[in-house]
Write a protein that binds this ligand. Sequence first.
Ligand SMILES: [Zn+2]
Length: 231
Amino acid sequence: MSLAGQLYKLQQVDLELQRKQQELTEVENRLSDNNALVTTESKLVSQEEQLEDARKKQKIAEWELEDLQEKAKQIDSKLYSGTTKDPKELVNLEKEVKVLKNQIRMKEDALLGFMSQVEEIETKVKTTAEALERLRQEWEQRQETLGPRKSEIETVLVKLRGDHDGLAQQIDSEAFNIYEGIRLKKGQAVVKVERGRCLGCHITVPTSQWQKAKAGDLIQCNNCSRILYLE
Ligand SMILES: [Zn+2]
């Protein structure tokens, strides 16, 4: 096989190596990407804290309401039991009941507010918990499918690296360095010549050049510097 032919073969291995390496990186990124999971988990924690807080407020309002109702009841019984005869005191008691009833109404409104808040947050917590469960399942599924995929790619990479080393060993070091230099700049270092054109830049290659290349000399395209390969 000509030197250009060997380099062309090496290039096929190197391009495949590159593709597999990229694929591995993508798989690894997807395997470790737990952003959605972490975000949803902390969202749930904060919603649960909000819920606890709202429930406390509701409980306190219930106790305060009970206290007020109890007080109002006691005054009512004083008023209607007939034990209090003093008109001045009766007027005062009536005033007190009026104030208490007002406070009770306000407390009831506040309690209703807290109750609907609790309900609202409960719905949010439920939605977030469901989303989190879905994300956990997705995560597990991803680990199950992508874990083996990762091992597969790693096995292929080991084989390709072996192929690369085997081929590189057979190639003259000066030619190898030229190849590496062009690959670094252009991605593809060896190109075929078809119908007299360099497939790297599509410029016509002088006949003398491609004839030399065909004969086995290491010839670079005058225009794009890529190594020309003719089968
Ligand atoms: Zn060219």
